[in-house]
Design a protein around this ligand. Structure first.
Ligand code: SF4
Length: 478
């Protein structure tokens, strides 16, 4: 997917002014937050504690990331022993080439797909279509965005930005039927309609393409965690199954997988367990009624190996649950498309600059209020706020911030070296802001930073600086 992250500000402005998107986001946020809160509360009923589980999950992921080469070799050896083929891709271009080669070897003309963010990284659908192979997304949300010609806007709810009316209109147009009256459209009916259409594709596709939530090293298996039955259709009906996944998705054992599964569905959707948890090992064995005759794993780097040993290595622990974006005030103000690449929200604000280049995503490390809700809910304890802060520092070190900002910081630095002058300026500024706030104590328009008051009033300071308040308290105590 070609990154548009450079245009985050402009894209965010457009989306803040889009009432349809804002309605869809306002509806989704409380659902995500409420369900996760209930799911995490439920851990106590099962005798588990979130913080202890989180530390265990982080330790599992760290163990893998610290010795990634070793675990990858173990996985490769075990997967080959089950009859699967294991291929390696350095980047998106290689992913596309490998999938097209496999498709050509097996005479594939249509590929059904289950959700795979890596295929989004690689723009695989475009490459397949260019090679004469029809890709059909089968996760309901992915199917909707494919019909709309859009990219997913959320990693677990790809069409969260769409309203019911928009989906109804889209289906009417693409399924060749008349639009339904507004009151007649409902979610179960639309899901049923999509199911009818997709069933034909499942039965006629020669290849299934999926991602994997985890790769289990000890058994050479892929674990797929879904809420729709499409994952099982994609991986078991077509004769060829291709799994495309990042090299960091390994977990050592089935027991480790079980630990992570205590947190993944709860963090993502609040469920104790997802509707479908599939462990796929090797190919169809003699006597088995279903399963792919050919299984191919494509293990992808695309920037991941570069994070090993770097200050951002913690990010490789990510299990793609989406909790960070579900709790992010910036994500729910601008929606996922504003971020301009595959991964939105706080995890995207870290990953996009790292995978596509810091200079190509200048605003993303700043797309944060610093509230650290993302870090607080992350089930593998990724310090997202700290990583965003480190990216900002890296931008400054590389001279990637705008001239005006650098000049401002330079002036601030000079001023801070003269405590007397600094205090005098701070006093003047505090008095001025208090005067600006008037009797109400609220600043309605702040000329120096108009963005701060564009959508809300800025509470005015009391008129006294921190130093003044601190000294007066000391005097009283004394
Ligand atoms: S960074 Fe943490 S919260 Fe966000 S998707 Fe990854 S694991 Fe989930």
């Amino acid at each position: 997917m070609h990154s548009q992250a450079m245009f985050f500000r402009a894209r965010a402005d457009e989306r803040v002014d889009n009432p349809v998107l804002q309605r869809a986001l306002a509806k989704a946020k409380p659902l995500f937050v409420g369900k996760r809160a209930k799911g995490i509360e439920g851990l106590a009923d099962d005798g588990m504690e979130f913080e202890a589980l989180r530390q265990a999950a982080a330790a599992i992921r760290n163990r893998v990331v610290d010795d990634l080469d070793v675990w990858l070799e173990i996985f490769e050896e075990r997967a080959r022993a089950t009859g699967a083929e294991v291929l390696w891709a350095r980047d998106g271009k290689e992913i596309c080439q490998l999938v097209i080669d496999v498709a050509r070897r097996h005479g594939v003309t249509k590929a059904v797909k289950s959700k795979s963010m890596l295929s989004e990284e690689a723009s695989l659908n475009e490459a397949l279509a260019g090679a004469g192979i029809r890709p059909v997304e089968t996760d309901l949300g992915e199917y909707i965005v494919q019909l709309a010609g859009e990219a997913p806007s959320h990693i677990i709810a790809p069409a969260v930005h769409k309203t019911l009316a928009e989906v109804e209109a889209l289906f009417a147009c693409h399924h060749g039927r008349s639009p339904l009256p507004r009151t007649a459209a409902d979610i179960p009916a639309l899901a049923g309609e999509a199911r009818q259409v997709l069933r034909q594709h499942f039965l006629s596709a020669e290849m299934g393409i999926s991602g994997a939530n985890f790769l289990i090293a000890e058994t050479g298996s892929a674990a797929l965690v879904t809420n729709e039955g499409n994952g099982r259709m994609v991986t078991s009906l077509p004769k060829v199954h291709v799994v495309i996944t990042g090299i960091e998705k390994i977990v050592p054992t089935l027991e480790d997988f079980a630990t992570l599964m205590r947190l993944l569905p709860r963090s993502a959707t609040g469920q104790t367990i997802s509707n479908y948890v599939s462990l796929l090992t090797g190919t169809r064995r003699p006597g088995e009624a279903e399963g792919a005759e050919k299984t191919v794993y494509i293990l992808v780097d695309n920037g991941r190996a570069g994070l090993l040993g770097s200050p951002w290595q913690d990010m490789l622990r990510c299990i793609r649950c989406g909790a960070c974006m579900n709790h992010c005030p910036v994500y729910f103000s601008v929606g996922g498309h504003a971020y301009g690449w595959v991964y939105p929200g706080p995890m995207g604000s870290v990953l996009t600059p790292l995978y596509t280049g810091l200079e190509n995503a200048l605003d993303l490390p700043h797309a944060s209020t610093g509230c650290n809700q993302c870090g607080a809910v992350c089930p593998v304890g990724i310090p997202l706020s700290r990583l965003l802060h480190d990216l900002r520092e890296a931008q400054v070190a590389r001279g990637l911030r705008p001239r005006r900002e650098r000049l401002g910081m330079w002036a601030w630095g000079r001023l801070a070296r003269w405590p007397g002058l600094y205090r005098w300026c701070a006093r003047r500024a505090a008095r001025y802001l208090a005067w600006l706030g008037g009797a109400e104590g609220r600043i309605r328009v702040f000329g120096l930073a108009p963005g701060w008051t564009a959508g809300r009033d800025l509470p005015a300071p009391s008129g006294r600086t921190f130093h003044e308040l601190h000294s007066s308290r000391q005097t009283k105590i004394g």
